[in-house]
Design a protein around this ligand. Structure first.
Ligand SMILES: NC(=O)c1ccc[n+]([C@@H]2O[C@H](COP(=O)([O-])OP(=O)(O)OC[C@H]3O[C@@H](n4cnc5c(N)ncnc54)[C@H](O)[C@@H]3O)[C@@H](O)[C@H]2O)c1
Length: 378
C-alpha cells in the first residue's frame, strides 16, 4: 500500500469548526495521516486533541514554531511532510512562513493571511522554494463548479457579460461576539481576523468563485460596506459592483446579518446566449438557462457521461447520491496529494497567486468604501 502523507495540523483543537472538517476531508480518500499537531495554544487542549486522534502525546505542541522544531529532529521518513493550517487568520502567516523555511508543504484555509502585505511576503518566500502551497477556497472543490467553469470557458453561453454572486448568512445578526462564541469573537476582532470582517470571511469565497467560474478577472470595485450590529469593529454586510476583464460586469453581495439565512452561496454567470446557476444549497445541480431553448438541469454523478472528464474525476458516487462540503475539501486535498507524489499539479484558484488576488480585492473594497472616488482599481 502507498504510504500516506504525514501531516501536522496547526489549530483545530477541541470545539474548533474547520479543523474537524479538514481532518474528515483528509481521511476520506485515505491519502493523509495526521501524525503531529499544534492543535491549540493550550498544552492540555492540544494533548487532548492528540489523544482523540491517536497522535503521540510528544508530538502535540502549542505553536507552529515548537511543532516544526521538534519534527525537524525526527528521521525524514517519520517527520511531517505537510502542514494543515486551520487557526484564526492572524496565525496563518507565521505557520506558513515557518513551513517554507523548514521545507514542509502547506494546505492553509482562507484567507491566506491577515493582511495583503503578509500574503505578498509569503508569495515571495514560496517563490523558488520546494514547498507546495494550497488554499482551501472550499467551493472550488465542488464538481459542478468545475463543470460550470469548463462549460463557460468552452463558450456554451457565448461571450460573458454578467456575473452575479451572493453569499448570505444570518448568524452574526446579533452581537454574538459578546457571548463568548469563539468563532464570532475572533472573526470580529481586527487583530485576529484582519481589517475586514464579513468581506474577508465570506466575501473572499464569493470573489474566488466569481473569478474561477467566469474565467474573468476583477479589475475595479465600487463598494458599500456596513456594520449593522452596534459596537462591532468590522463590516458585517458588503455590496460590491465589480468591473471585470473583457467588459464583464459583476455584482457581489456578502452578508452575515441577513437574518435567517444559513450559507446560501449562489452564483449566476450570463453570456450572450444563456447563463449558468450554481448554489451551495443544492451543490449537485448546475442549471443551464438558454436564451433560445428550455432550461437544462445538469446533475452530479460519476455515471453522467455528459459531464466533463475532470468533473467526473472529482466525484465519488453515481448520480442521485449527494456529495457535499467534506468531499469538496477532500478534492482540494487530493490535488495536494497528487502534487506531492508528482502525479499532478495544483489547479487554478488554489495557489498563492489566487490568494494574493483575494487580498487585493479586500484591500480595494476597503479603500473604495472610504473614498469619494466611484471606482477603485484592484
Ligand atoms: N474554507 C471554509 O469554508 C472555512 C470555513 C470556516 C473557517 N475557515 C477558516 O478556517 C480558519 C479557522 O476558523 P474556525 O472557524 O475553524 O475557527 P475556530 O475558532 O473554530 O478554531 C480555531 C482553532 O485554532 C486554535 N488556535 C488559535 N490560535 C492558535 C495558534 N496560534 N496555534 C495553534 N492553534 C491555534 C484554537 O484553539 C481553535 O482550536 C479561519 O482562517 C477561517 O477563515 C474556512
Amino acid at each position: 500500500m502507498t504510504k500516506k502523507i504525514r501531516v501536522g495540523m496547526i489549530g483545530g483543537g477541541p470545539g474548533a469548526f474547520i479543523g474537524a472538517i479538514h481532518r474528515r476531508a483528509m481521511w476520506l480518500d485515505n491519502r493523509f495521516e495526521i501524525v503531529a499537531g499544534a492543535f491549540s495554544r493550550d498544552a492540555e487542549k492540544s494533548r487532548q486533541m492528540a489523544a482523540e486522534l491517536g497522535v503521540d502525546a510528544d508530538r502535540a505542541h502549542t505553536s507552529a514554531d515548537k511543532l516544526m522544531e521538534a519534527e525537524k529532529l525526527l528521521p525524514v521518513e517519520d517527520r511531517i511532510q505537510c502542514i494543515s493550517v486551520v487557526t484564526p487568520n492572524a496565525y496563518h502567516y507565521e505557520a506558513c512562513a515557518l513551513a517554507v523555511e523548514n521545507g514542509f508543504h502547506i494546505v492553509c484555509d482562507k484567507p491566506p493571511t491577515r493582511t495583503l502585505e503578509e500574503t505578498i511576503a509569503l508569495k515571495e518566500l514560496l517563490a523558488g522554494s520546494p514547498s507546495l502551497y494550497a488554499l482551501t477556497f472550499t467551493y472550488l472543490g465542488y464538481p459542478m463548479v468545475h463543470e460550470a467553469r469548463s462549460r463557460v470557458l468552452n463558450g456554451d453561453i457565448g461571450k460573458i457579460r454578467k456575473v452575479f454572486v451572493q453569499y448570505p448568512q444570518g448568524w452574526l445578526s446579533t452581537p454574538l461576539e459578546k457571548e463568548e462564541v469563539k468563532q464570532a469573537s475572533w472573526r470580529t476582532d481586527p487583530a485576529l481576523s484582519g481589517p475586514a470582517g464579513c468581506l474577508g470571511d465570506i466575501g473572499t469565497h464569493a470573489f474566488s468563485l466569481a473569478e474561477f467560474i467566469s474565467g474573468k478577472k476583477v479589475n475595479s470595485v465600487c463598494a458599500d460596506i456596513r456594520s449593522f450590529v452596534d459596537g462591532r469593529l468590522v463590516d458585517d454586510d458588503v455590496s460590491v459592483l465589480m468591473g471585470m476583464s473583457d467588459d464583464v460586469s459583476g455584482v457581489l453581495l456578502a452578508s452575515q446579518i441577513m437574518a435567517g439565512e444559513e450559507n446560501a452561496l449562489t452564483i449566476k454567470v450570463y453570456g450572450e446566449t444563456g447563463g449558468f446557476q450554481w448554489s451551495h444549497s443544492d451543490p449537485n445541480t448546475l442549471i443551464h438557462m438558454d436564451l433560445n431553448g428550455p432550461t437544462q438541469i445538469l446533475r452530479a454523478g460519476q455515471d453522467n457521461g455528459y459531464l466533463s472528464a475532470q468533473t467526473q474525476q472529482l466525484l465519488r458516487t453515481p448520480s442521485g447520491h449527494p456529495e457535499g462540503f467534506i468531499e469538496a475539501f477532500s478534492n482540494i486535498y487530493g490535488q495536494m496529494a497528487d502534487a506531492i507524489v508528482g502525479n499532478g499539479e495544483l489547479g487554478e484558484g488554489v495557489g498563492i497567486e489566487a490568494g494574493e488576488r483575494v487580498m487585493r480585492f479586500v484591500d480595494a473594497v476597503l479603500t473604495n468604501a472610504i473614498s469619494s472616488e466611484k471606482w477603485t482599481e484592484m
